[in-house]
Design a protein around this ligand. Structure first.
Ligand code: BJW
Ligand code: ZN
Length: 258
């Protein structure tokens, strides 16, 4: 694949000593995970305020849990694609840090696959919006892994509860609209963005704050943006290079592995 925009972006990324990568739902689209706002996106058929707010959960936990268990089942059958794999190798090389808005765990799977028997931690992303497979107690805050235990959403009485003596209602360990992101994770993400020469923005509509401001921190600190997305986004006018295409195809070309 020879394309002047791709070649220029590749040269810029090769020169950069520090890269921060911000990913969104689009990087997992080719793995079969639905995005939120695009064609076939989750918010095209569901209203976010009925499913992804603390108020929605308080009003109708059964509806919210049914939706999350449906998504858990769907994502459990998905695997990382060449986009995730390329970013995992890049991060393992030590030149990039990954920050993701995704809750699907596919960067983590790619990190373990790329690391083999080595330590995958340099390729594990900072996760801004939590984990689809995590549970958190609404009473004591205890976190547990929900992966091995499907939620029984037959009725309100079968929904999962915290271990005794707490017995509080469990919720998905994700960040809903109106909730604050973990301040430590957010501040680490902004520090990485400020220190980076290039912020590579992959598969996000950049509609959701505060994640959408992370690339702007790189820009304000004198760095540049490279964007990979089939569609233009509000960030495109500020990008040194906007590469319009699917991440699973473009990222391997960008980093010379295709
Ligand atoms: C491809 C592709 C391929 C397709 N390859 N690309 C300041 C200003 C305005 C509003 C706010 C503000 N501060 C806070 C707000 C409110 C709110 C917000 O931002 N609202 C906007 C929508 C207006 N933010 C919050 O509430 C946040 N909390 C917060 O800020 O706390 C402080 C505060 C509280 C109260 C008041 C004020 C301040 C929390 C946000 C939590 C977001 N949660 C979700 C759900 C997570 C759990 C779950 O999954 O169930 O996170 S919403 C959803 O959007 C999810 C995503 O992580 C997030 C971002 O979506 P993303 O990844 O960009 O996906 P899409 O679908 O939008 O885009 C996909 C892209 O991929 C598209 O561009 C495609 O073209 C592209 N694509 N195929 C590459 N093959
Ligand atoms: Zn509890």
């Amino acid at each position: 694949m020879s394309d002047p925009a791709l070649d220029a972006a590749r040269a810029r990324l090769e020169r950069a000593r520090r890269i921060v990568v911000l990913t969104g739902a689009g990087i997992s689209a080719e793995s079969g995970v639905p995005t939120f706002r695009g064609e076939g996106g989750l918010w095209r058929s569901h209203r976010p305020e009925e499913l992804a707010t603390p108020q929605a959960f308080a009003r109708d936990p059964l509806l919210v849990w049914r939706w999350y268990q449906w998504r858990r089942d769907l994502v459990a059958g998905c695997a990382p694609n060449p986009g995730h794999d390329t970013l995992a190798r890049l991060a393992l090389s030590g030149r990039a840090d990954l920050v993701t808005q995704n809750v699907d765990g596919l960067h983590e799977l790619a990190a373990r696959r790329a690391a083999g028997n080595a330590d995958p931690s340099p390729a594990l992303p900072l996760t801004l919006h939590g984990s689809l497979f995590g549970n958190r107690c609404t009473r004591c805050g205890r976190r547990t892994d929900g992966r091995g235990t499907p939620v029984d959403a037959t009725s309100i009485d079968t929904l999962p509860r915290c271990a005794e003596p707490c017995g509080g209602r469990l919720r998905p360990d994700v960040v809903w609209f109106g909730e604050v992101l973990d301040p430590d994770v957010l501040s680490r993400a902004f520090s990485l963005a400020v220190a980076a020469e290039v912020c590579l923005v992959v598969g996000t509509s950049t509609m959701v704050q505060p994640a959408a401001s992370i690339p702007l921190a790189t820009l304000r600190a004198g760095g540049s943006l490279v964007e990979v997305n089939p569609e233009p986004t509000p960030l495109s006018p500020y990008a040194a290079a906007s590469l319009h295409g699917p991440a699973g195809e473009l990222l391997p070309h960008l980093f010379g592995k295709a």
